[in-house]
Design a protein around this ligand. Structure first.
Ligand code: ZN
Length: 410
């Protein structure tokens, strides 16, 4: 019977002395360490150890089962090394020193935290926010790749990464890093800054780094230098979605600037956003009215559509020719927004065209961001970005994987 309990509670290296109910909600299992479990001196490694002082029995929360708490009652002796006379606290399997919970309880709480808010887990498991937070930080490291992820990257002959920022709060961004072909989340860093990214890249094995053949990202200068340095064989590809949204943003700015300058409403925001082939006849007529009044708006719209159709090209040379033609055409534009768009296209020309050599996008990464928003909403917001990214990783990766950080081999 007692062995059944041990197995059921997943406790190894102990014997059960007794099982008692404290009240209807709590069960107390008194356990004792098996004799065969030997301690080593932390100073000299000797196994000639003797008891220095007997410990007292203490309760350690171990499991929440059907809304009942199961405690382990266990004592930890002070031991002395007979060789070097060092006195130290006994090691207990599955229960860290000074901890009031077992490793199993921490796992259970984190597993629950993966799908629930800090508040909810605290209420159900009776753990404080600080304790939960400490466990989360102990178990999730955004700067390190999980062993399982490393294994799967090592199997690939070519690796394609996606980098994409998402807003944490206002302008504070976090950076998501994915493998875009196999669609795997690698990590989420607490900022878009160079230091955080470098910290992560430094820990990537050089053998993995040289296999990275492409990196999809948005039009930001922040990461280019690091990407080039750490992934010498990678093509940097500006995600086509971001190029189109950039053109769209300038188009809408032309509209709003006109509205303000001429003091007239131009209510075709929705229509301008639409793809040309999706417009209804009525919408086309409506747009034409405004295009006659404001030719610069038509020019900006056609530019946006031109950039969209650029992506229908299948050959690199054709795409290059078309982009160059567009850049020449925009040179004669009098519209400020289009001049700025032209500068952007020139600046990122190589990376935009790399798409036609390496057809990767950040669609998967963007999809993850939708899930992140859901986690954020369920948790009633976060004050601390470091906690936020760890909670996201906990919620997005399969729970069993999280015990696979290399620093966590014990
Ligand atoms: Zn010793």
């Amino acid at each position: 019977m007692k062995n059944v309990i041990l197995n059921f509670l997943e406790i190894q290296g102990y014997k059960v002395d007794s099982v008692n109910k404290r009240n209807d909600q709590e069960l107390i299992v008194r356990i004792r360490k098996k004799k065969s479990y030997k301690n080593k001196c932390p100073e000299c490694g000797s196994q000639r150890i003797s008891c220095h002082a007997k410990g007292q029995y203490r309760l350690k929360k171990h499991s929440n089962f059907q809304e009942k708490l199961i405690y382990l009652e266990v004592k930890r002796d002070r031991l002395i090394c007979l060789k070097c006379r060092t006195v130290f606290l006994e090691e207990l399997s599955g229960i860290k020193k000074y901890s009031r919970v077992s490793g199993n309880f921490t796992k259970q709480s984190l597993n629950y935290l993966a799908k629930n808010s800090f508040n909810e887990v605290g209420k159900v498991n009776g753990v404080g926010y600080q304790t939960l937070k400490r466990s989360l930080y102990n178990y999730v490291d955004p700067y390190e790749l999980l062993t399982e992820k490393i294994k799967s990257l090592e199997k690939q002959t070519k690796i394609y990464l996606g980098l994409d920022g998402q807003s944490f709060r206002g302008r504070d961004m976090v950076l998501t890093i994915t493998e875009v072909v196999n669609r795997e989340l690698l990590t989420i860093l607490p900022s878009e800054g160079q230091t955080d990214l470098r910290h992560f890249l430094e820990r990537l094995d050089p053998e993995i780094r040289v296999k990275v053949k492409g990196v999809a990202m948005d039009m930001t200068n922040k990461h280019i230098g690091l990407i080039e340095r750490y992934f010498p064989d990678a093509l940097i590809v500006i995600d086509h979605y971001h190029v189109i949204s950039c053109a769209l943003m300038h188009l809408q700015k032309v509209r709003t600037t006109l509205q303000a300058a001429r003091r007239i409403e131009i209510p075709i925001k929705k229509e301008l956003d639409k793809n040309r082939e999706d417009l209804t006849e009525l919408e086309e007529l409506k747009m034409e009215r405004y295009f006659r009044l404001f030719p610069e708006l038509l020019e900006a719209y056609l530019t946006k559509e031109n950039i969209r159709t650029l992506y229908h090209r299948t050959k690199y040379d054709e795409a290059k020719e078309e982009l160059e033609k567009l850049i020449i055409k925009l040179a004669s534009s009098k519209e400020d927004e289009l001049k700025e768009l032209r500068r952007t296209l020139i600046h990122w020309k190589k990376e935009i065209l790399n798409y036609f050599k390496c057809r990767i996008t950040n669609a998967y990464t963007e999809g993850l961001h939708t899930k992140c928003k859901l986690i954020k909403r369920k948790s009633f917001g976060f004050k601390n970005v470091e906690t936020y990214v760890r909670k996201l990783i906990l919620g997005l990766l399969p729970f069993a994987l999280l015990w696979g950080y290399t620093h966590f081999s014990t």
